[in-house]
Ligand binder design. Structure first.
Ligand code: NAD
Length: 393
């Protein structure tokens, strides 16, 4: 099969095995170039490990810190006429490189929300290394089957309170246009909190703690996005924000459970291009403007650079940075600083399809988007006829 990008709306329905491996390689190279991570955790579990911030966390833990890693993700294997999802190739590429570097790496593909997955992971921890030092919880999912009630919750990305009229960007065509976003109902808000809030994070901690597999000094971290006035109506003040507020609640509850020796934190991260973020209205336009402004000021960070900084400067630094008023780690301070936001806000009302190339970095956004699926890497032959089931990546 000759594998080319096939973009439908905000997703790409194909993924390139060798390109995904090249993506993993470039992340490993970035981390290695920054040197060994001192004081790093040695046994790490990453939930949502196959892409975006979760994969970057696994790469930093393994190739910066020399950690053994267990990963959980929900990816699709290839079929005769279909490629696998990008995360499936990423997992294979990661494991191969970790093993070649003498690092333990095991990945479970299945539903992280289920009791069965939690039991499988507990068994693997018990049999393979006893206890874990860090759990990164980096899930982004549109649905969750509640393991206790059997109810299937579907999250929505909607404003709350009223219709929100907003500018957005069509990823396929590069067209800036305006849309009306209908507000969420109460049930939709509750469902989004059930999917993206903190309950499942707490269930993971319950399962791990009651099995006795949390090491002394165990830590856990999950990721949030706070953003600014430009994204608040669709994000922080919308359904997703309610779910993210619930993570703050869960972090406090988990800290109590772990006691003074442990820690649970929410880290507020910057906007980046991932499969999850591309699906949020407003984000492609906001991020394209943000990237241009941050690159002009030499303040841009890629996904892997950002997570590398999280580990080195916050999670495992000798003098961790101050926390915000609800106890979050704030890595988004540069994105939210006055000079950056001031300039993005100045450009926001004047950006159009015509001046997009001058005001925004849509090319950069699109290139990052394609890279998620393994497209656009130098050294990969995109005309090569490949077996989509290729795992020797
Ligand atoms: P992503 O889409 O790149 O990755 C999501 C991961 O979750 C994948 O590994 C996927 O396989 C896994 N997953 C989804 N459903 C699953 C299930 N049922 N069982 C097991 N695994 C499942 O997402 P991302 O953007 O890296 O988001 C990760 C976290 O970071 C989210 O909490 C998100 O809100 C947060 N965050 C993202 C941004 C951003 O700009 N992308 C900014 C700040 C915070």
């Amino acid at each position: 099969m000759i594998i080319k990008p096939r973009i439908r709306g905000f997703i790409c329905t194909t993924a390139h095995p060798k390109g995904c491996a090249a993506h993993v390689d470039s992340q490993i190279a970035t981390v290695k170039a920054r040197g060994a991570l001192v004081g790093a955790p040695k046994r790490v579990l990453v939930i949502g490990a196959s892409g975006g911030y979760g994969l970057a966390s696994r790469v930093v833990a393994a190739f910066g810190g020399g950690a053994s890693t267990l990963g959980v993700s929900f990816e699709k294997a290839p079929e005769d006429t279909r490629t696998a999802t990008a995360g499936w190739y990423n997992n294979h590429a990661f494991e191969r490189r970790a093993k070649a570097a003498g690092l333990y790496a095991k990945t479970f593909d299945g539903d992280a929300f289920s009791d069965a997955m939690k039991a499988q992971v507990v068994d693997a921890i018990k049999s393979d290394f006893g206890q874990i030092d860090l759990m990164v919880y980096s899930l982004a999912s549109p649905v969750r089957m509640d393991p206790k009630s059997g109810v299937l919750h579907r999250s929505v990305i909607k404003p709350i309170g009223g219709v929100h009229h907003v500018k957005t960007l069509n990823l396929d065509r590069g067209v800036v246009h305006e849309v009306d976003l209908e507000p969420a109902t109460l049930d939709e808000i509750k469902a989004t909190v059930a999917v993206m809030g903190g309950e499942d994070w707490e269930y993971w901690i319950d399962a791990l703690q009651s099995a006795g597999v949390l090491a002394d000094g165990f830590r856990t971290v999950t990721y949030t996005y706070v953003g600014s006035e430009l994204t608040w109506p669709i994000y922080w003040h919308g359904t997703l924000g309610k779910a993210k507020e619930d993570l703050d609640r869960a972090a406090t509850a988990i800290r109590k459970r772990l006691g003074p020796a442990g820690d649970a934190r929410v880290a507020a991260l910057k906007a980046v291009v991932t499969q999850a973020s591309s699906a949020i209205p407003v984000v492609p336009l906001y991020a394209s403007l943000l990237f241009k402004v941050m690159k002009e000021r030499d303040a841009h960070e890629t996904v892997i650079e950002h997570i590398d900084r999280l580990f080195r400067s916050a999670l495992y630094s000798k003098s961790p940075p101050p926390l915000d008023e609800v106890g979050r780690i704030r890595l988004d301070a540069i994105e939210l600083s006055n000079p950056i936001q001031g300039e993005v806000k100045r450009r926001w009302p004047i950006v159009t399809t015509e001046n997009l190339p001058q005001l925004a970095d849509f090319d950069g956004f699109r290139a990052d988007f394609l890279k998620i699926f393994g497209f656009g890497f130098a050294g990969v032959d995109y005309d090569e006829d490949l077996d989509p089931a290729l795992t020797a990546l």
